[in-house]
Design a protein around this ligand. Structure first.
Ligand code: TPP
Ligand code: MG
Length: 323
């Protein structure tokens, strides 16, 4: 398709919108890294640089009532699901205007009103929450789908198998969305997974499975749409494996001694989903710079807002604590 053909179709506008959202996530996370290194942001920070197309492609396919859960690497999912950058950044700063009112930080981003049932720092920890939400949708006869995001490492956890088993057994509307970045912290994929094609995990549960190129936002969008249609129509859950790249260390501060330097640099040079989409759309330098300025403005505003947001009231520390 030529630039002109793309530009005159709705598809171009949609894809450019995806690019704009991916750029917001990228700029946001680059600012997070900088502010974290300067000591402004406490705790641990895991960036999803390289994985933006998965978050944006999948969340763009959701219907308004659908819900997600997330992981320790949760900024991209939360932004893609519609939480304003200010609320995500303020949470990372531990401030009261954060989406979890400053009590969660980077690995515990919640926004129930916008369908984000929360991220869990426990690997695989939110899979049961998503299956539970899907059970509620089914019992209430609601045409809603739960989409837990999780990594390849989580497929070796017990919770993954329990949630897959029950979801399949009870025909729950879940799209299990695995982001296979081929690393679980410092453990390469081949050292924690006995199989290379993670769709095979679904076979044991009689579950449908799909695979998508996670660096191609359009491919993720189409695969997610197909999986959502399946789950929403009462035909049971789907495992969707997005093959992606972690174009960053596991967390900010990880020196990646375990990773082949040349492989890392090669991946960064050839697998950036933003560069790929920009090339596909044949965007001019001016237009791309314009989108980048928009993303930067949102990020700068979020940082300034978070710096000025008050700390939470220590008297509320035990509020909402149930156990
Ligand atoms: C139950 C549990 N075991 C171990 C850890 C430590 N840990 C944090 S992230 C991580 C790797 C997770 O890999 P993956 O699921 O592929 O997600 P990714 O980091 O690649 O996004 C591990 C082992 C944890 N948080 N929870
Ligand atoms: Mg991984």
């Amino acid at each position: 398709m030529t630039e002109l053909e793309l530009k005159t179709s709705l598809q171009f506008e949609e894809l450019e919108g995806f690019l704009a959202r991916m750029l917001v996530i990228r700029h946001f996370e680059q600012a997070v890294e900088e502010r974290y290194r300067d000591g402004e942001i406490p705790g641990f920070v895991h960036l999803a640089i390289g994985q933006e197309a998965v978050a944006v492609g999948a969340c763009s396919a959701l219907a308004p009532g659908d819900v997600i859960t997330s992981t320790h690497r949760s900024h991209a999912h939360t932004l893609a699901k519609g939480t304003p950058a200010r609320a995500v950044m303020a949470e990372l700063y531990g401030k009261v205007d954060g989406c979890s009112r400053g009590r969660g930080g980077s690995m515990h981003l919640y926004d129930v009103e916008r369908g984000n049932l929360g991220s869990s720092a426990v690997v695989g920890g939110a899979l049961g929450v998503a299956a539970g939400a899907a059970l509620a949708f089914k019992m209430h006869g609601e045409e809603r789908v739960a989409v837990p995001f999780f990594g390849d490492g989580a497929t070796s956890s017990g919770l993954f198998h329990e949630a897959m088993n029950l979801a399949a057994l009870w025909g729950l509307p879940v799209v299990f969305l695995c982001e296979n970045n081929r690393w679980a912290e410092s453990t390469p994929f081949a050292q924690h997974s006995p199989i290379d094609d993670l769709r095979e995990r679904a076979l044991a549960y009689g579950m449908s499975a799909l695979r998508a190129d996670g660096q191609d936002v359009e491919a993720v969008f189409h695969a997610a749409t197909e999986a959502l249609v399946h789950a929403r129509s009462g035909r049971g859950p789907v495992l969707l494996v997005a093959e992606t790249y972690r174009l960053a260390p596991h967390n900010v501060g990880d020196s990646q001694e375990y990773r082949d330097r040349a492989e890392f640099e090669q991946s960064r040079a050839t697998q950036d989903p933003i560069v790929k989409l920009r090339e596909r759309l044949a965007l001019s330098d001016e237009r791309f710079a314009e989108l980048e300025r928009g993303a930067e403005a949102i990020t700068v505003d979020a940082v300034e807002f978070s710096r000025h947001s008050p700390d939470p009231d220590p008297g509320e520390l035990l509020k909402d604590v149930y156990a």
